[in-house]
Write a new protein. Structure first.
Length: 514
C-alpha cells in the first residue's frame, strides 16, 4: 500500500500506450473545451437565459446580483473586458471552468488513487446530467460551485494525506477555495459543513486539519467572502426569495421525500450504470490480495453521506421543502464516484478498466455531438429554441430602421436584452420583463430617463411569443405622448428550421436622441 506521502502509482498492466493519457488529463480537457467553444460559436449568436443574464449583470460590478452570489459575474466581467461582451467570452469562461473542475477532481482522486482510477473519477462528472448536459448548455453558477467543491476536496485530502508535515500553502489555498465556493453558490456551505464534520470526527484527519497554519483557512476564506457577506446581510430578502420560491415550501412530506430520492438518483444513476457495466461484480467481489484503503476513508465517506442525508431530510421534514433540483445536488454528490473508487482500489488494476474508459469517452463524444446538433432539432419537431433566433438578422434590421447602436436598449425579456447587448456593445441594455421587475412601467420610464440624461435615444423592443400580453400597455404607461410614437414590426426567418415555418416577430419603438 502507498505511504501517506506518496500517491498511488499507475498499475503496471495499464502502463502500455495510455500512460500519458491518464497521467496528464489537462491536454485532452483543453481539447474538449476548445471543441465545445468552437461548437458554441458555430451554432448560434443568440443567448440562452443564464448567458443573457451574465451579459446584463456584467454591465457593472457589484457586491451582489439578486439571488446569485457575485463571483461568476466578476469573472465574466473580466473575460468581457478581454474579449468583448459576447458568445466568445461566455463560452471561454464556462468551458475553462468545466476543464478546471475536472482537473481539481483528478487532483483530489490522485491523493487516494492511481492515475487510471483518478481519470475515471474526474471524467465521471460528464456522466452526471447536471454537469455533462445542463452545465455545458447553461447553469454557469453550478459549474463554478462544482469547481470550488472539487478544489476543496483536493486540498482537504491533501492536508490529511500530508499529516505531520507543514501545510501552510494548502491551508491558505483551502481558505480561498471555500471563500470562492460561497461566492459561487450558497449550497456550497452544506457540502463544506458535512465534509469538515466528517473529517473532524476521525482522529487522524482531525490531527492533520488542526496542524500548523490551520487558522489560515478560515482567515482567508472569511476575508474573501466578507464584502459580499456584508451585502448579503442588508439584502437578505432579495438574495433568498427566488430560491425559496423554487424550492416550493409546502407541508407535503411524501412529495418532498420522493423528489429528494429521484433527484439524487438522477444525478448518480448514469455514472452508476456505466460503472456497473464496466466492472460488473468487481464492485462487491474483492480478491483476497486486494489492497486496503486507508483506515480513515470509510468512516469519513460514510459520515459525509450520512450528514448530507440528515440535512436534506431535515429540509423536507422540518422546513417542508418539496422540490429539489439536480443542479442543486451536483456539488454535494460530485465526489461520490471518487469515494466509490477509493473504497475499491483494486479496480485501478482491473483489466475491465479499458471498458470503463471506452464507455466514458464514447459518452463524452456523444454529448459533444448532441450539443452541436441541438439547434437542428427544430428542423425535425418544429419547436424553436434560443439557438434558432435570428440575432444577427435582427441587429441588421434594427440598424436599417435607424437604430444607432448606442441608444439605451429596453427589452421585454432578458434573452432579447442580452443578445442585443452582444450585437451592440456600445449600448446599455435593460431587462424590463415582469419577471425582472413587477413594475414594468417604472422600469421602462427609468431607462428612458437615463437615456435622456445621457443625451441618447432609446429602443423599446419585445419578442412576440416571449412577452406578456399586456406588456406594451404597461411599458408605455408613463412615457409622454406614447400614442404618437411610431411602432415598428419585424418579421425574420428562424435559423435551421424547415422551409415554410412561421417567421420570428418583434415589435419596437426607436426614439432617436433630440
Amino acid at each position: 500500500m502507498p505511504s501517506a506521502s506518496t500517491p498511488p502509482a499507475l498499475p503496471p498492466d495499464a502502463n502500455r500506450g495510455w500512460n500519458t493519457f491518464y497521467a496528464r488529463p489537462l491536454p485532452w480537457l483543453l481539447a474538449l473545451a476548445a471543441a465545445h467553444v468552437a461548437v458554441r460559436l458555430a451554432i448560434s449568436p443568440s443567448l440562452k437565459w443564464d448567458e443573457a443574464q451574465q451579459i446584463l449583470w456584467t454591465q457593472q460590478l457589484a457586491l451582489g446580483y439578486g439571488a446569485q452570489p457575485p463571483l461568476y459575474t466578476w469573472l465574466q466581467w473580466g473575460f468581457n473586458q478581454a474579449f468583448g461582451p459576447g458568445v466568445l467570452a461566455l463560452a471561454l469562461l464556462k468551458h475553462a471552468l468545466i476543464a478546471l473542475t475536472c482537473v481539481f477532481l483528478w487532483l483530489a482522486a490522485r491523493q487516494l488513487l492511481g492515475r487510471r482510477a483518478a481519470w475515471w473519477a474526474a471524467s465521471s462528472l460528464f456522466l452526471m446530467p447536471p454537469f455533462g448536459w445542463d452545465a455545458i448548455n447553461d447553469r454557469p453558477h453550478t459549474v463554478l460551485v462544482t469547481a470550488m467543491t472539487c478544489a476543496a476536496w483536493w486540498l482537504l485530502l491533501r492536508i490529511v494525506r500530508r499529516a505531520g508535515r507543514d501545510c501552510w500553502r494548502e491551508f491558505a489555498a483551502l481558505g480561498l477555495a471555500c471563500g470562492g465556493g460561497m461566492l459561487a453558490k450558497y449550497n456550497f456551505a452544506l457540502m463544506l459543513a458535512a465534509l469538515l464534520a466528517a473529517l473532524l470526527s476521525v482522529r487522524q484527519a482531525r490531527r492533520a486539519l488542526l496542524g500548523p497554519g490551520w487558522w489560515l483557512a478560515p482567515l482567508t476564506g472569511l476575508a474573501a467572502f466578507a464584502p459580499h457577506g456584508w451585502w448579503l446581510l442588508s439584502h437578505w430578502d432579495e438574495a433568498t426569495a427566488a430560491t425559496l420560491e423554487k424550492m416550493h415550501v409546502a407541508p407535503r412530506l411524501g412529495a418532498g421525500l420522493l423528489d429528494l430520492f429521484t433527484t439524487a438518483a438522477g444525478v448518480l444513476l448514469p455514472w452508476a450504470l456505466v460503472a456497473l457495466a464496466a466492472f460488473d461484480n468487481g464492485w462487491w467481489r474483492r480478491p483476497d490480495t486486494a489492497p486496503e484503503s486507508p483506515a480513515w476513508l470509510r468512516p469519513v465517506f460514510g459520515r459525509y453521506l450520512a450528514l448530507l442525508a440528515a440535512a436534506l431530510l431535515a429540509m423536507v421534514l422540518a422546513a417542508h421543502v418539496t422540490v429539489f433540483r439536480n443542479h442543486w445536488m451536483l456539488p454535494l454528490l460530485a465526489p461520490a464516484p471518487l469515494m466509490a473508487l477509493a473504497l475499491r482500489p483494486e479496480l485501478d488494476a482491473s483489466a475491465r478498466g479499458k471498458r470503463m474508459t471506452a464507455l466514458t469517452l464514447a459518452l463524452i463524444i456523444t454529448l459533444l455531438a448532441a450539443v452541436a446538433t441541438r439547434p437542428w432539432v427544430a428542423y425535425i419537431d418544429g419547436k424553436v429554441q434560443p439557438a434558432n433566433y435570428p440575432a444577427a438578422q435582427l441587429a441588421q434590421a434594427l440598424q436599417n430602421a435607424g437604430y444607432d447602436g448606442r441608444g439605451r436598449i429596453i427589452a421585454a425579456d432578458n434573452q432579447l436584452a442580452g443578445t442585443l447587448r452582444t450585437r451592440f456593445p456600445g449600448a446599455r441594455a435593460a431587462d424590463c420583463s415582469q419577471r425582472a421587475s413587477r413594475a414594468v412601467a417604472s422600469c421602462v420610464a427609468h431607462n428612458v430617463q437615463l437615456a435622456a440624461n445621457a443625451g441618447q435615444g432609446w429602443l423599446v423592443i419585445s419578442h412576440t411569443g416571449q412577452t406578456e400580453p399586456d406588456w406594451w400597455s404597461q411599458a408605455l404607461e408613463r412615457i409622454p405622448d406614447s400614442g404618437a410614437l411610431p411602432r415598428g414590426k419585424l418579421h425574420l426567418p428562424f435559423r435551421m428550421v424547415r422551409p415554410g415555418h412561421a417567421p420570428d416577430s418583434y415589435d419596437f419603438i426607436w426614439q432617436p436622441a433630440p
